[in-house]
Design a protein around this ligand. Structure first.
Ligand SMILES: [Zn+2]
Length: 403
């Protein structure tokens, strides 16, 4: 999860549960969740002790081996490719449910030497412990406790753990999108910020814009007028497009490359821009608007083109997703907890890829509570373990039973 994503989670009002009819908790399930608190923390410690930075192929292979073993012990058929662990369980119900989390972290090999696993009061520290090893541990133990409760009310239950979330999910994004498109529900288990306990309803998508100007080279001293200055034209086009307004998109030009020597009128120039998206069709609409703008040159006989390359798609909870988020609030109320619904963020999540087909109901931030992600004091809170085990278990049961 992007650090920014957690930062903007702050300042969100808790939804009021007052006045709503609060159901009694499922005591048997709550007891089972209590029995899994300590084992979950033991699993989490094992996960933290396997370093697994996005570029650490050996570490990620060890993480994959660990996840495969644990999922097989739970009765899954496991498939591995491109660093992705996909586990499938067959049930007796009708709904198709998917759970996901990522195995990679932002940390470099050797990080445990300076940032060790440690417990301090109500917090447990370690690199990647919240983002997103907490999601993996939570999924493993939610499945274990539901299995021991005899729950099999699903046609298909799929778990996807990928290895490149922190570097844009370029190898796993299409796989996640494809798998999610074959399911009715997807629960993405990224961590949420402590102390405000909540789930996220939207996150930005990302794209890259490339503007290219083609002009004509000429000697800058003796034949400048014969040239068509691509640098001047690029400057003009950047100014023309810098404040372009396309709803659901945000563009900032951030890099440029032009000119080799000072005594030549430059024949070509390129600029790159960062694009953030909150609308699924934002790439197409922004690209169209940019193309219309750049059609008017300042320097005659120059040609400017703009291409947008889509990265991680935006995540935006649908009306059905929001209804299920409200259901999550009701489940939390059963155990006397409040759940905030965060409207959005500038960060990204793989829930965007899961939403791409528009078929599944996708919900985000079902991992443990924690803070300091991507930093040198990343931690999870011990008191988030029990409510989050209960929440995900009950959500799966409700999703499985939904018609
Ligand atoms: Zn993450």
């Amino acid at each position: 999860m992007n650090k920014l994503l957690l930062a903007v989670m702050l300042g969100v009002a808790l939804a009021a549960n007052s006045g709503a009819c609060v159901a009694a908790p499922d005591e048997a399930l709550l007891d089972a969740a209590r029995r899994h608190e300590a084992p979950l923390l033991a699993t989490l410690k094992e996960l933290v002790l396997i370093e697994s930075g996005s570029s650490d192929a050996a570490g990620l292979a060890r993480m994959g081996d660990y996840a495969e073993r644990r999922l097989k012990e739970l009765g899954a058929a496991v498939e591995r490719k491109d660093g992705i662990v996909t586990a499938r369980f067959k049930g007796t119900g009708v709904r198709k449910l998917m759970l996901m989390a990522h195995m990679d972290t932002v940390y470099q090999p050797g990080i445990l030497a300076t940032q060790p696993y440690r417990v301090d009061g109500k917090r447990v520290y370690g690199p990647g412990i919240a983002d997103d090893k907490s999601g993996i541990a939570l999924i493993l133990h939610t499945l274990a406790l539901l299995r021991s409760a005899g729950w099999r009310d699903y046609a298909q239950l799929t778990v996807v753990f990928n290895s490149d979330e922190e570097i844009g999910s370029r190898a796993s994004g299409d796989w996640i999108a494809m798998q999610a498109g074959e399911h009715d529900f997807v629960f993405s288990c990224e961590p949420h910020g402590a102390p405000l306990d909540g789930i996220l309803l939207s996150a930005s998508g990302i794209a890259t814009a490339t503007m290219t100007v083609q002009g004509r080279a000429a000697h800058a001293g003796v034949a400048a007028k014969a040239g068509r200055n691509a640098l001047i034209e690029l400057s003009h086009q950047l100014l023309q497009t810098k404040d372009i307004e396309v709803p659901g998109t945000q563009l900032n030009w951030t890099r440029a490359n032009v000119g080799m020597v000072t005594n030549q009128i430059p024949a070509s120039a390129t600029a790159l821009g960062d694009v953030r998206l909150s609308a699924p069709d934002g790439v197409q609409r922004l690209q169209q608007a940019l193309r219309e703008k750049v059609a008017t040159p300042l320097v005659s006989d120059t040609v400017t083109t703009v291409e947008l390359k889509a990265g991680r798609p935006p995540y935006l909870a649908t009306a059905a997703g929001r209804a299920w988020a409200a259901k999550a609030q009701g489940i939390y109320a059963e155990i006397g907890r409040e759940l905030a619904l965060y409207p959005g963020s500038g960060g990204g999540t793989d829930a965007g890829y899961a939403s791409r087909s528009g078929k599944a109901i996708v919900l985000e931030s079902f991992g443990l509570g924690g803070e300091g992600v991507h930093g040198n004091d990343e931690y999870i809170t011990l008191d988030s373990v029990l409510p989050r085990l209960y929440l995900l278990s009950r959500m799966l049961q409700e999703a499985g039973a939904s018609r």
